[in-house]
Design a binder for this molecule. Structure first.
Ligand SMILES: NC(=O)C1=CN([C@@H]2O[C@H](COP(=O)(O)OP(=O)(O)OC[C@H]3O[C@@H](n4cnc5c(N)ncnc54)[C@H](OP(=O)(O)O)[C@@H]3O)[C@@H](O)[C@H]2O)C=CC1
Ligand SMILES: CC(C)(CO)C(=O)C(=O)O
Length: 305
């Protein structure tokens, strides 16, 4: 299968590199600046599993030709509109698009543009960032890619896709409940992003501050109430383990949004928190903490602008 990885940033660069190293037919769709950088330095991966540099196959939007079997979409939410316009010529009638953006709204946006049959549910769990030379830095050993059919879609091509993605040097989950996985990832990520961005520290620091653990639990409870109002059917075991994970005083967790914010970069405030706040209002769920986080992140974005 021909795989087009859209974006060679922290996540796209990581999973794309692993796929290419495993011999899959991978091309990265990149913009001019990143293209020039990668042509000069190669795609450098700094990883607890060992460092490696590869010469990636690169293409820019102007050079795209033909359609692709798989499109792994790894742009940030604010790059989605442009990315959809760029990939449109590459989407054929059998193309499978796997977005791994955080949040949920992009799924409907992609389905509206390319049709439900084209969009596979996807998410990734990894701690990765870009270094000063454009290298991909994997910050922990976590590297899991989840994918599966969304409700109302039953693509038989997923078996084929699974065979392509498996055994490539990262963990995979071919999920039969990707919709639940997506809600649960949002629960984890939005809670983690909220508390770390508001407190400007990791979860270990927060858990050791007076009222810190309760703070994490209260944000978690708000997010859970929102996603349940939106239709999430609670899986008690996952809820409990996620809550434990986030409040563990021995583990210093941060989120990619927190890393972006502390570096002064733009952040996916709307996709990760704003969308939750809007859904809460639609369903009459009261979310004072999430509202405060939303204001905080928006003021950060205003100051940045
Ligand atoms: N980093 C992490 O640890 C995790 C991130 N996520 C989520 O994954 C998503 C991607 O995040 P991440 O990889 O960190 O983001 P990055 O900013 O590191 O990478 C995104 C890349 O997309 C590229 N891009 C944007 N628009 C286009 C386009 N039209 N054509 C080609 N390339 C494009 C950017 O390139 P350019 O250099 O040209 O701007 C950039 O390199 C986000 O939704 C994030 O929340 C999920 C789990 C963990
Ligand atoms: C939940 C987590 C931390 C791991 O994948 C993440 O998605 C992020 O940092 O954006």
């Amino acid at each position: 299968m021909r795989i087009l990885v859209v974006g060679a940033g922290a996540t796209g660069g990581y999973f794309g590199a692993r796929l290419a190293l495993a011999g899959r037919d991978v091309t990265f769709l990149v913009r001019e600046k990143r293209c020039a950088q990668l042509q000069k330095t190669g795609l450098m991966l700094k990883s607890p599993y060992g460092d490696v540099t590869l010469e990636p196959k690169l293409v820019t939007a102007q050079q795209l030709s033909g359609t692709w079997d798989v499109i792994l979409l790894t742009v940030k939410s604010f790059g989605l509109e442009q990315a959809m316009a760029d990939i449109a010529p590459a989407v054929g009638k059998n193309t499978l698009i796997i977005p791994i953006l955080n949040g949920m709204r992009h799924i409907e946006t992609l389905q509206e543009r390319f049709g439900k049959h084209a969009v596979i549910g996807g998410l990734c769990k990894i701690h990765a960032t870009l270094g000063e030379q454009g290298e991909i830095i994997q910050l922990s050993r976590l590297h899991t890619l989840f994918y599966g059919n969304l409700p109302g879609n039953n693509s038989e091509r997923l078996q084929q896709l699974d065979a392509q993605l498996r055994d490539c040097g990262f963990d995979t989950v071919f999920s039969e409940a990707i919709q639940s996985d997506l809600w649960e990832k949002w629960l984890l990520l939005s809670t983690l992003g909220s508390v770390t961005c508001l407190a400007r520290g990791n979860t270990q620091q927060i858990a050791h501050a007076p009222g810190g653990r309760e703070f994490i639990e209260s944000v978690f409870a708000e997010v859970l109430a929102v996603i349940e109002a939106c239709g999430y059917q609670r899986r008690e075991k996952v809820i409990n383990s996620t809550r434990e994970f986030l409040t563990n005083p021995d583990t210093p967790l941060t989120s990619s949004m927190y890393r972006d914010l502390t570096h002064g970069f733009t952040i996916e405030a709307e996709q990760i928190i704003g969308d939750l706040v809007r859904r809460a209002a639609q369903h009459g769920v009261v979310t004072p903490l999430l509202n405060a986080v939303n204001v905080h992140l928006n003021v950060y974005l205003q100051n940045r602008a």
